[in-house]
Design a protein around this ligand. Structure first.
Ligand SMILES: [Zn+2]
Length: 139
């Protein structure tokens, strides 16, 4: 997939000590996306209790986050999509996907579809399938 230049999918890997716990909202979002994702997404629900958010922030200012499974090395580069949906409407239409790398949950990325990538993470009730992305019937 194409990503704007300012929107880096992966940054330098910081020390694990700087990681933080997921917020309740992030836990709910991960749980929802895995529970409604691809066929192999649900097997990653077991990693949720061990999941941490790394200090990495996307240079474009969006709300994409990277994960690290506690006690494991940082997930290596590489993106395996586990769930991929959209949220927002019109100029705020955005895509969001959760991904793994080598069987470790690796992050959530947001992508602006009509404008800049959003600076917040959506709640589960905001998420819609790609077939409902634009209402144009092209999906
Ligand atoms: Zn970004």
């Amino acid at each position: 997939m194409s990503v704007p230049d300012t929107h880096a999918t992966h940054g330098p890997v910081p020390p694990a000590a700087a990681n933080r716990a997921l917020t309740e909202a992030e836990v709910g979002l991960v749980r929802h996306m895995l529970g409604n994702g691809n066929a192999d997404a649900q097997q990653y629900l077991g990693q949720l209790d061990l999941l941490e958010v790394t200090p990495w922030r996307c240079g474009c200012g969006c709300s994409s986050i990277d994960f690290q499974v506690r006690g494991r090395p940082p997930a290596p580069a590489g993106v395996h999509i586990l769930g991929d949906v959209v949220f927002g409407t019109g100029d705020d239409l955005a895509g969001i996907f959760i991904f793994s790398s080598q069987s470790m949950l690796s992050g959530i990325e947001v992508v602006g579809l009509t404008g800049a990538a959003p600076s917040f993470l959506p709640s589960p009730d905001m998420l819609r399938p790609w077939s409902d992305a634009a209402g144009t019937g092209t999906g």
